[in-house]
Design a protein around this ligand. Structure first.
Ligand code: FAD
Length: 315
């Protein structure tokens, strides 16, 4: 069957009124970059998410699951197939056992963190200010520095994951514990499988909401000082993977690359490991700047920088 026929079949199954055709994707990413998706569907709850994925698989239509689009670069020619935007965002608190249950499209900050703090449940407040859905957070094992004054270790979301429900490659819904994810730095089994996270139960601790709020405020202030502001300088956060004991940003800075530009893309002056969309940058601009930074850093320092973000669609 040719792609157009598969699209018609898929559109009929999901409801033509729920499908956007040729939908520009830039607005659904924090980089504000990306061409159109042939088809876009917004899943409002877990059942719709499961249905969209299974339907795409049955119809043989390539699909991409989109959270907040905070860790990806979408190509200028967009995505051939179906983009499923995950808006399944229900949450439930089980106070007695200190569980916070969230559908995978729930937004970590402010929605999830505010719910936790309201119930005096601690463990998620470290991630205040980071754009992420719950699914995206597990995909990349969301992390940040431990609270001040120490700031001497990295805290990872895996530390508070109790269990999750997945849609497996075989189309089954199953519950798994934290070990299943093989979490690492910026890494999880989700990079290597077609499993989709449907919901997550976080195991939190009793906490003092004033103390949690003070951590959130300190972390938000840290971000304001160290990161370019997302609303006026769109980005996808850190571009390159961490280099143990050196830091990718430090290497880029040492090579004098802050402020380097390709078209509308620019290495942030505030954080050298972040590329910002300065003025109508294209994905091609960002890719060219990534290559330039890699070349200069390799030549000057011998270190090879590897992108941390995912490249999605056609460039
Ligand atoms: C300004 C800024 C600051 C940032 N700071 C940090 C930081 O301090 N620490 C940090 O760790 N990250 C940081 N990031 C990166 C980003 O916030 C995280 O990687 C975040 O978890 C991405 O979530 P998302 O919902 O946007 O995922 P997306 O970017 O939409 O998707 C990322 C990947 O996850 C997959 N995915 C999404 N949902 C699911 C699901 N339900 N099941 C399976 N796979 C799924 C997608 O298909 C895709 O492959 C920052 C980004 C920005 C823009």
């Amino acid at each position: 069957m040719i792609l157009q026929d598969k699209y018609k079949e898929l559109s009929k199954a999901l409801g033509p009124e729920r499908i956007c055709l040729d939908e520009p994707l830039a607005r659904y990413t924090t980089f504000r970059i990306g061409g159109p998706a042939d088809l876009l569907f917004e899943a409002r709850d877990t059942d719709e998410l499961v249905n969209a994925i299974l339907t795409a698989r049955t119809c043989g239509v390539p699909y991409f699951l989109l959270g907040l689009g905070a860790n990806i670069l979408i190509g200028d020619r967009g995505f051939r197939g179906l983009v499923i935007r995950n808006r399944a965002s229900g949450t439930r608190v089980l106070l007695q056992v200190r569980h916070l249950h969230a559908e995978s499209g729930a937004i970590v900050y402010p929605d999830l963190i505010e719910a936790a703090v309201r119930h005096e449940l601690s463990g998620l407040e470290h991630y205040a200010g980071i754009p992420s859905t719950v699914g995206g957070a597990l995909w990349q094992n969301l992390h940040f520095l431990s609270p001040p004054p120490e700031r001497d270790r990295t805290v990872f979301i895996e530390e508070v994951v109790h269990e999750a429900e997945l849609l497996t490659e075989q189309g089954l819904r199953k519950k798994v514990g934290v070990d299943y994810f093989e979490f690492g730095y910026d890494n999880s089994i989700l990079h290597r499988s077609r499993d989709v996270v449907l919901s997550v139960t976080f195991q939190l601790r009793r906490g003092d909401s004033m103390h949690m709020r003070s951590i959130m405020e300190a972390n938000l202030a840290w971000r304001k000082q160290h990161h370019p502001p997302l609303d006026s300088e769109p980005s996808a956060g850190s571009i390159f993977k961490k280099i143990q004991d050196i830091g990718a940003g430090r290497l880029i800075d040492a090579c004098g690359l802050k402020g380097a530009r390709c078209g509308g893309a620019e290495v942030s002056g505030r954080h050298a490991n972040i590329i910002i969309n300065r003025r109508n940058a294209t994905a091609a601009d960002v890719r060219a700047l990534i290559s330039h930074v890699q070349e200069v850093v390799a030549r000057e320092t011998g270190s090879r920088l590897e992108p941390e973000i995912s490249f999605v669609g056609e460039f």
